[in-house]
Design a protein around this ligand. Structure first.
Ligand SMILES: Cc1cc2nc3c(=O)[nH]c(=O)nc-3n(C[C@H](O)[C@H](O)[C@H](O)COP(=O)(O)O)c2cc1C
Length: 313
């Protein structure tokens, strides 16, 4: 892709970005997406409390390696002080950007005032942004939705508030909280956000091919686009050549992914998570559903590797 952009001091080599995906955007998958062309990947959302209280599981989620940089770590929480403390901890890590989750619709997150609930509480959101910026030298971005429901589309004002309080970039998922992950993506509002602030804006929602990414960039005028579900089992979404058509070529991508998992994690402890990734490589390909069945039946990581090599020696 011909053009690049800056998030504060952080140069991105192209406008294609992997979205934060809880349960999926771990180090191996981020590295894979970087290899296929993504300019930047976000971690899964990471609890500020988990970081401040040094929780083992949370710390594991901060794992990174030099090859994947730049990388953005996404924090979630609703307490400005805790978010500030977490930001100070992240600043000491090999991380390039801190993102604040202001779009997650999940009940247990929203109930605590975090994620998308912050779009209903602008003063608290502003305090969180300020506190994170005051405790970190890193660029700070936020990820939002268009609003809470169709009768409260607040993204443009919210974006201005974020810019005024120190944010260096904004990703907008073009849906409201009440839409969840379905219904139409509102690229018009994303475009309005882009036109209302001077900081970079990243558009997000339902992009599933490289060509759609290019079209959304052009239509919205955004600096970047973020791809979530469209990248699962499909790291080729970041490459101009696109998703390969044959089972064998898809297997090649999965084999690369499994190698990264083997290198950077303890595969047998996360077999279910690995199968969730692996099963997605064969959408719309001849022989795909039989392969998916074999993947879900595999009893170990070794068995998964063997299956992959049976087609991809
Ligand atoms: C399984 C799953 C996990 C997600 N986890 C996060 C997350 O941790 N933080 C976040 O801001 N958004 C999260 N999202 C939302 C995505 O980042 C993205 O905004 C949304 O899926 C729309 O983009 P897409 O249509 O390209 O998937 C998640 C979405 C899915 C489907």
């Amino acid at each position: 892709m011909a053009y690049n952009f800056l998030i504060k001091s952080q140069q991105l080599k192209n406008p294609l970005i992997l979205a934060p995906l809880a349960g999926y955007s771990d180090l191996p998958f981020r590295l894979l997406c970087r290899q296929y062309g993504a300019a930047l990947c976000y971690t899964e959302m990471i609890s500020c409390h988990g970081l401040v209280y040094n929780k083992e599981k949370t710390l594991q989620m901060t794992q990174t390696v030099p090859e994947e940089r730049p990388v953005s770590l996404q924090l979630f929480g609703a307490d400005p002080d805790m978010m500030g403390k977490a930001a100070a901890i992240v600043t000491e890590m090999p991380i390039d950007i801190i993102d604040i989750n202001m779009g997650c619709p999940v009940k247990k997150v929203v109930k605590k005032g975090a994620g998308a609930a912050l779009m209903k509480n602008r003063n608290l959101a502003a305090a969180i942004i300020r506190q994170v910026c005051n405790n970190s030298s890193l660029p700070v971005t936020i990820k939002i939705r268009t609003g809470w429901s169709h009768d409260s589309i607040v993204a443009t004002d919210f974006a201005k508030m974020a810019e005024d309080n120190g944010a260096s970039g904004i990703a907008v998922h073009g849906r409201t909280w009440s839409q969840g992950f379905g219904g139409e993506v509102d690229w018009q509002t994303i475009r309005k956000v882009k036109n209302s602030v001077a900081i970079p804006v990243i558009g997000n929602g339902d992009i599933s091919t490289y060509q759609e990414a290019v079209a959304c960039l052009e239509m919205s005028g955004c600096d970047g686009v973020m791809i979530g579900r469209g990248a699962l089992g499909n790291p080729w979404v970041f490459s101009e050549s696109g998703t390969p058509a044959t089972l064998a070529e898809r297997m090649e991508g999965l084999a690369r992914h499994l190698h990264l998992i083997q290198k950077y994690s303890n595969p047998d402890t996360i077999l279910a998570r690995i199968k969730n990734h692996a099963g997605r490589y064969f959408k719309g390909v001849t022989g795909g559903s039989a392969m998916r069945r074999q993947i879900y039946a595999a009893s170990s990581f070794e068995a998964l590797m063997e299956l992959t090599y049976s087609l991809n020696p």
